[in-house]
Design a protein around this ligand. Structure first.
Ligand code: ZN
Length: 384
């Protein structure tokens, strides 16, 4: 008799389960082998390792140092090999392909066009190369029996001064593969209100944006992102936990900001493994996602940087399942949360939920019945 509890997924089921990814950086998800090949073709000789496996390990170790600025250093290498149309196209196509292979059915992938201009491309050429790459990746995935849809989020760097320009770029490509906008980069010293003009512009255009806030920096950053800038979602937002008190008897009280985030169903793009690497959380068990899920915040599960964290959507869910005993129902809850919070039109989100996500989970949830029936009948001696 199997000891598996109904609905606690095994790794194979986690991989096959439909998943939705809202927070993943294009320059944080390259295949190590692709970096090596692109570097060789482009004459980039600053890679710390030229053997793909070793390079992959190097990225994880560099990202493990515990500080966000150090973590961001690893992007110098990935961005260096993403300066041509062909490189961007390839990286985007492989990103869609890899996610589809991992069971992701919908993804919003973000990148900062301003970081890909060193080879002479214009901002528009960068966006077009990435969009074409995503379409190619979707096609390859389909040919391999997977279905995925990928939208792009254009990111502006918080230390730079091009946010309005990038917001305008996002707006001009909004019906051509770009679904929203974001700001990223070191949080401390660069509050989101620095880019207020970009957010106000997008609001006037009825467009969508998320803001990296409450990762390295606390509640003021989250408060600014929501109440000054009007963010639709929060990138990370883990520090919202600082506004929640748990008493010795286990009773919980929420401060005004935490209440607002929960009441307004503000989506939190949580990235557990990434948070452990940057020191925003100290263990999976200690990650705020455990309490926030119990309190019914609108939590979504994400990868952030698959290369630097050596992770995937399946792996994030495996860690959470091991740590918190999450079932397929929990996984479905996170996935539906993410789909509800996506930036594509409401009718398309709804169709993804009712026609792709729910049937996918229903099928997985039924599997244990058949597995158990087989075991029971083989161990039954006399029809009894
Ligand atoms: Zn991020």
């Amino acid at each position: 008799m199997t000891s598996q509890t109904p609905n606690v997924p095994d790794s194979d089921q986690i991989r096959r389960a439909p998943k939705v990814l809202l927070h993943d950086h294009l320059d944080g998800g390259l295949r190590p082998g692709t970096i090596v090949e692109l570097a060789r073709a482009q004459g980039y000789d600053s890679l710390p390792e030229t053997e793909p496996d070793k390079l992959g390990i190097w990225f994880r170790e560099a990202a493990d140092s515990g500080s966000l600025p150090r973590y961001l250093e690893t992007f110098a290498h990935t961005c260096a090999v993403m300066q041509t149309r062909d490189a961007l196209f390839r990286v985007a196509a492989e990103c869609a392909e890899d996610l589809a292979e991992d069971g992701v059915v919908y993804a919003e992938i973000r990148y900062a066009p301003e970081q890909h201009l060193e080879g002479g491309l214009s901002l528009e050429e960068v966006v077009e190369a990435v969009n074409e790459g995503f379409r190619e990746g979707e096609r390859i995935a389909r040919a391999n029996g997977h279905r995925i849809r990928v939208g792009a989020l254009l990111t502006a760097m918080r230390h730079a001064a091009r946010a309005l320009e990038i917001a305008e770029l996002a707006n001009s490509y909004r019906d051509q593969g770009v679904v929203g906008f974001d700001i990223a980069g070191a949080e401390a010293g660069f509050p989101p209100t620095r880019h207020l003009d970009a957010f106000e512009y997008l609001k006037r255009e009825n467009n969508h944006f998320t803001i990296h806030a409450g990762e390295a920096f606390g509640l003021p950053s989250i408060w600014q992102a929501l109440q000054w800038c009007g963010a639709d979602r929060l990138g990370h937002g883990v520090r919202i936990i600082d506004d929640i008190e748990v008493a010795e008897d286990g009773s919980v009280s929420l401060g005004r900001l935490a209440s607002y985030v929960r009441d307004k169903r503000i989506p939190l793009e949580m990235c557990p493994t990434s948070n452990l690497q940057t020191g925003a959380a100290d263990s999976y068990a200690g990650h705020p996602i455990g309490l926030l899920r119990k309190l019914h915040f609108r939590i979504t599960v994400n990868t952030d940087n698959r290369l630097m964290s050596g992770t995937s959507m399946s792996q994030e869910f495996e860690r959470l399942t091991e740590t918190f005993g999450y079932t397929l129902d929990d996984m479905q809850w996170f996935t539906v949360n993410a789909m509800k919070s996506a930036f594509i039109p409401f009718d398309e989100r709804l169709a993804m939920i009712s026609d792709v996500i729910k049937p996918g989970y229903a099928e997985l949830k039924s599997e244990w019945l058949f597995r158990q029936t087989a075991v029971t009948s083989s161990s039954t001696v006399s029809g009894g």
